[in-house]
Each structure stands twice: as C-alpha cells, then as structure tokens.
Design a protein around this ligand. Structure first.
Ligand code: PEP
Ligand code: MN
Length: 344
C-alpha cells in the first residue's frame, strides 16, 4: 500500500509513520517527489490489511492510504510516478537520455578489450560492456577470464572515461565485482536467481536486469522488485528477446515491452538487439526500432574480428558497423524526444 503524506507533512510526522509501519512488522520505503513524500509499505499484511490501512490513515500528516493494485510495488509507477534516472560516472541513464552500451560479449584478452573500448568510445558509446563471468550453454565453451577480465575492464574504463558494466552469476561474485564495476548485469538465465537478486540489492551499484528467456513482463518486474526491496533502487531493465517457435532468429525481440514497461514502471528500459536476434545484420534495424519506440538506450556486442570471437561472434558488430550505427541512433532519438512522455 502507499501512504501519501500531505504537502505540509513534517519530518517528524514522516518518521512517526515509518515507525508505525515497522512496529507492524512491515517495511517502509520512502519516495521523495517534488511536492510530497510517498511511503511504500511492503510485507505480508494478509487479513490485517484493512486494519493497517485505517490505522495509518489516522496518523498526523497522512493525506491518504491506497492499496497498490499490482503485485510489484516499489517498481510500479503508482509508487514512483517520475522516471528513475541513474547517474554513473559521466553517464545518465533514463530521463530522456540515450544510453549506448557497447563492447565484446566476452573479455578475451587485454588487447581485444582495449581495442574495442577505444573504438566504441570514439564512436560515441556511453557505457562499456564486457563479460568476465560468462553463462555459457555448453560447459566446454569459453567461460570467461573471471577477475582477470574485470581488471582489464577497469583499465579500459579508465582509459576511455566510460563507466563499465559486467555480469555477475552468483551471490558470492556480487561484492568483489561491485568493488570494480560501475554497473552489475544479471543475465537472462539468472533473472529468477533470487539469492543473486537479493545480493545485488545489498550493494550500492546500479543493476541491469535482463529479461528471462521465458519470463512474462510481470515476472520480470517481480524479479526487479527483489532487488529494490532488498535496498537498491537503481535498477535498469533490459529486453533481450524471448524464446518463441521462430527459428530464424536466436530469440524474438519483444519491442512492445518498451512502452508497456514505461507505463508500468519508473525504471529505465534498455534493448539488446544482439542477443534478441543473434544475427549481426539484424542488430542495426532492431536498435533503430528500439530507440524509435522509446527505449532509454541499447546494448550491443562489438568485436575487433567477430568471426574469431570466443562467444557470440555471429551477432557481434564490427567497429565500422558500430560507428555507422551510433549516429543513426542519435538522430532517431532526437526525432522521438518527448513523443511518448504524455502516454505514461
Ligand atoms: C550477455 O549480455 O552477454 C548475455 C549473456 O546476455 P543474456 O543474459 O541476455 O543471454
Ligand atoms: Mn553475448
């Protein structure tokens, strides 16, 4: 439920409401808007719901208490009507900006990463990606360089000035990786790894949560809710295609998810046309379509020699292809700026 404080509510009144919520065995999450404070109440109220609501409604400074109709609470637009804007290094994600995340699927060597980082930075990427812990379908495929890869990523980030994002696959990786990476990525295969989501909720780094291969939008938002309710409000969602009966593409890109998510949640939405299509030549049209449809940005894989890549070469762009695509995305973004704001 949402406790909407009146515009004139004092800090003491807000604190008293918080204490009442906690005394009831529930958790209070504050959202400070321009005008007023809204307190999201989460926890299992069961049959006590009406009693708890009436009690809170009678406290000084409380304007109204309303139930949240959706199962996701803290990630819902009802709780937080304004867009969440995430600032990391010199980059801003959400709030009308265009985020371009680019880099290799896997960090294969220092040289491969630094060359790619230089190329994507020069072409206008805003965030550098690179996998060090790789979730591979086959146990015999290249599994990533682990913490050595993270060291190269930090070097590449410092050299280019770009914030860096990399994947974590299990809870024990969260703290050590968060000590170096600017953004943590939770991959499609781990979207419902609840211990991992909760561990990511306990660090002060933004987390990009990719959609599970068979996840509904609601399941995805519930997964994001795990991170936010564990204490980390800085979550970015990434649509990367879902599994369907179609075989020509690696996955099926669900672009409807972009405006849908913008309606349901305040979190930024990124689209990954590389994993969504699995084919290099399909990346650019789908990246353009994503930006045209209101995505807050895209994530793409780029490799110095895609045909020699140790992972996902077929869907990786060459440096030239990335450099040709980036200005097109900026043009499309400027054309649709402000177009969707009224619809959410
Ligand atoms: C990746 O970004 O390299 C990756 C493994 O993506 P996904 O989790 O979407 O498959
Ligand atoms: Mn990949």
């Amino acid at each position: 439920m949402l406790v909407v404080m009146s515009v004139a509510a004092t800090e003491q009144e807000i604190e008293a409401v918080r204490q009442h919520i906690e005394a009831d065995g529930l958790t209070a999450h504050e959202s400070r808007g321009e005008q007023r404070v809204v307190i999201g109440v989460v926890g299992d109220v069961g049959l006590r719901k009406e009693q708890v609501m009436n009690h809170l409604a009678g406290l000084p400074g409380v304007e109204s208490v309303t139930p949240v109709s959706k199962p996701f609470k803290l990630t819902s637009r009802e709780f937080h009507p304004a867009d969440t804007v995430i600032r990391v290094g010199g980059a801003t994600i959400g709030g009308g900006t265009l985020t371009v995340m680019a880099g290799p699927c896997a960090i294969e060597s220092r040289d491969q990463l630094l060359r790619t980082a230089d190329a994507v930075a020069a072409a206008g990427a805003t965030i550098l990606r690179g996998g060090a812990f790789k979730p591979r379908t086959s146990p015999y495929s290249f599994q990533g360089l682990g913490m050595d890869g993270i060291r190269f990523l930090v070097e590449a980030g410092e050299r280019t000035g770009l914030p860096v994002i990399t994947e974590v696959m299990e809870p024990s990786q969260v703290e050590p990786v968060a000590a170096f990476a600017d953004i943590l990525q939770i991959g499609a295969r781990n979207m419902q790894n609840f211990p991992l989501l909760m561990a990511a909720g306990r660090v002060q780094r933004p987390v990009m949560l990719k959609r599970g291969i068979a996840a509904t939008v609601e399941e995805w938002l519930m997964a994001a809710e795990y991170i936010v309710s564990s204490g980390n409000p800085q979550v970015i969602l990434c649509e990367r295609g879902i599994r369907t009966f179609e075989k020509y593409t690696r996955n099926t890109l669900d672009l409807t998810a972009v405006p849908l998510l913008h309606k349901l949640t305040h979190l930024p939405v990124i689209v990954d046309p590389s994993h969504a299509t699995g084919k290099r030549w399909l990346v650019r049209p789908m990246a353009v379509a994503a930006v045209a449809g209101g995505a807050d940005g895209i994530m793409v894989e780029v490799h110095p020699k895609p045909d020699d890549a140790l992972s996902d070469g077929e869907q990786s762009l060459t440096f030239e292809q990335f450099a040709e695509m980036a200005p097109v995305l900026r043009t499309v973004h400027s054309q649709v700026e402000g177009l969707y704001a009224a619809e959410v």
